[in-house]
Design a protein around this ligand. Structure first.
Ligand SMILES: [Zn+2]
Ligand SMILES: [Zn+2]
Ligand SMILES: [Zn+2]
Length: 587
């Protein structure tokens, strides 16, 4: 067991078996609730949709799996129902009138069967080749990343799954994650840029040693190849998992990663990681900020793929002993199920394609042309034009060089809806403190100061915007914040100014009609609960809420890093991702 402390070695089933005790999780309440003479459900009686509400798959899909791999339909149904509902075996046995010892036997059989058939089909080493990966790379991604025809591009990330506290002390230690303060098993996944799973590696212990960096270093370590294949080799599983890196990836292939991989060894690949700020600087350079935006734009796909995987309740909740043993097979099976039955995440590219053009136009900018206007020597040129909301409304109403903005225009300027979501917070919290300055010699150029948010520790940002009256999409922007130098799309602060302008442009006619004493601030805030905005935000919730790290500005799904959305939300302006937190802890 001491071997397990070596980072990045997979935990094998044999090692886990020490704590695979059979435990009963049934409370007596349950037993009383389910009288033995109750009507039992039968799989045969379920229709297509009912079947889906239990198992997450339609009856047709289950039949398809059963026929294709010559398996028992009902057993497959029980396995997916277990994963989809995370009900105890006992409860399932009561509902379906099957003895609970048979339930776990059926489920375990399905895990083995599906792992040997479905997973081999969807993620096995012979399934994926370079051509296949290329076919799963959307055109917009190839364009943006300027991928050479002879190279391929993939995304990788790791994610923890909570497990019940192991009885064995060594395993307790090995699976203890100081980031989440829970026992976890970590998995690593590779996806194509349309969100299809290429492979799942792990499980690994969740100690600090097993970070992305050590995992990837071991996966790309050639020494594992010459390792012999005797049966006692506890890394057996692991060796198969390194095949992808040895057989498929070639020099100069592009890996899209997050900052957890910053210090990885293998540099024969083109590594795309969001850059961090240079020493002594407070802001990313224009090039870095644009690059960062580009990486985040694509990295989002692996976050969403992991989010999809965690829609299976079994993986979202704490996994009980009995299934921890098979967790690697379960995770691979569910990922393969997503590959088989769900649409790729990016099937309809039309929206993305629109954004791509805009990003490509600016991706090679070396300098933000508005940046110098923030210098002290410019102070004399800035004249205060509006110092409170009343005056801001006047300014927006009476200034004819401001283009007409609509939510979809703003969404297009922001090349997606994520920044819009973030800007909402800045907008509603700053509206009472913002001031507008106009530049005296540069045409149509304003500076907005006092953009802050509710939880902010006093940090206020300042955005400069330059307008082109008939071309809202040409609006230029610069901001004092960390990524404010980028030119591909505005930061959330600059965007919140556009939101403010749009709100005033849209709301004012109504306000005047009403002719009552109106709380402008409220009226504008209300705009944000309008149905169009709601639709945009729902869209974001659909692809899950995303938290932005205060230090590196990376976006993370709380679930992917094993954190709680509400807890993050409460400290969002000071929230640091686990990687930045780790950097801090190491200082
Ligand atoms: Zn900003
Ligand atoms: Zn961070
Ligand atoms: Zn993630």
């Amino acid at each position: 067991l001491t071997e397990l402390f070596i980072p990045t070695k997979s935990i094998t089933n044999e090692q886990l078996s020490t704590y695979c005790e059979t435990l009963s999780y049934i409370t007596t309440d349950f037993k009383h609730a389910l009288h033995s003479d109750n009507h039992r459900l039968s799989y045969d009686l379920l229709n297509n949709e009912q079947c889906k509400s239990f198992s997450g798959l339609t009856k047709h899909q289950i039949q398809q799996l059963a026929t294709e791999y010559n398996l028992n339909e009902e057993n497959i149904f029980l396995f997916y129902t277990k994963c989809n509902t995370d009900n105890s075996d006992f409860l399932l046995s009561q509902v379906f009138g099957i003895p609970d010892t048979s339930i776990s036997r059926h489920i375990n059989q399905s895990i083995e069967d599906l792992f040997n058939n479905l997973v081999t089909d969807q993620m096995g080493p012979t399934t994926w080749d370079r051509k296949n990966i290329d076919m799963h790379t959307p055109m917009f991604a190839k364009e943006l990343l300027q991928v050479n025809v002879q190279n391929i591009v993939i995304c990788m990330d790791s994610f923890p799954i909570y497990i019940e506290k192991p009885g064995d002390f060594t395993l307790q230690k090995l699976t203890w994650s100081s980031q989440t303060l829970r026992n976890c098993i970590k998995f690593h996944c590779i996806t194509t840029l349309d969100g299809t799973f290429v492979g799942i590696q792990g499980g690994y212990g969740a100690t600090g040693h097993n970070n992305e960096e050590s995992i990837i270093n071991s996966l790309t370590n050639d020494k594992y190849a010459i390792d012999n294949d005797d049966d006692d080799n506890i890394y057996h599983n692991h060796m198969a998992q390194t095949l992808f890196f040895k057989k498929i990836l070639k020099n100069n292939d592009i890996l899209i990663l997050d900052r957890g991989y910053t210090r990885m060894n293998k540099r024969q690949y083109q590594i795309k990681i969001p850059p961090s700020i240079d020493k002594g600087k407070t802001q990313l350079s224009t090039k870095q900020a644009n690059e960062s935006r580009l990486v985040t734009f694509h990295r989002n796909v692996v976050e969403r793929a992991i989010g999809r995987l965690k829609k299976w309740k079994l993986l979202k909740n704490r996994v009980v002993h009995q299934y921890v043993v098979k967790l690697d097979k379960i995770v691979s099976t569910l990922a393969s199920t997503i590959n088989k039955f769900d649409e790729p995440l990016y099937k309809n590219f039309s929206k993305k394609n629109k954004h791509v053009k805009l990003i490509l136009e600016h991706i090679n900018d070396s300098e933000n042309e508005l940046k110098y206007l923030m210098d002290k020597n410019q102070n004399n040129y800035w004249q205060l034009t509006a110092k409170n909301l009343e005056e801001i409304i006047d300014f927006v109403t009476n200034t004819n060089y401001l283009p007409k903005y609509t939510p979809s225009k703003i969404e297009s300027i922001s090349t997606g809806c994520y920044a819009m979501k973030l800007s909402k917070r800045y907008f509603t919290n700053s509206i009472d403190h913002m001031k507008i300055y106009e530049h005296q010699s540069i045409e149509n150029c304003i500076k907005v100061v006092g953009i802050n948010s509710r939880f902010s520790s006093g940090i206020k940002h300042c955005s400069i915007l330059k307008f082109y009256p008939r071309k809202p999409e040409d609006t230029k922007f610069y901001c004092s914040c960390k990524s404010g130098a980028r030119t591909t799309n505005p930061c959330a602060h600059a965007l919140s100014v556009l939101m403010l302008i749009q709100s005033i442009q849209k709301e004012l006619p109504h306000l005047k009609l009403a002719k009552t004493t109106i709380d402008y601030s409220d009226a504008i805030k209300n705009e944000y609960s309008s149905s169009h905005y709601q639709a945009i935000y729902n869209n974001i919730i659909d692809c899950e809420w995303i938290a932005k790290c205060w230090t590196c500005h990376e976006l993370y799904h709380p679930s992917c890093i094993g954190q709680d959305q509400e807890k993050i939300d409460a400290i969002i302006d000071k929230w640091k991702c686990p990687y930045c937190q780790e950097d801090d802890d190491n200082k």
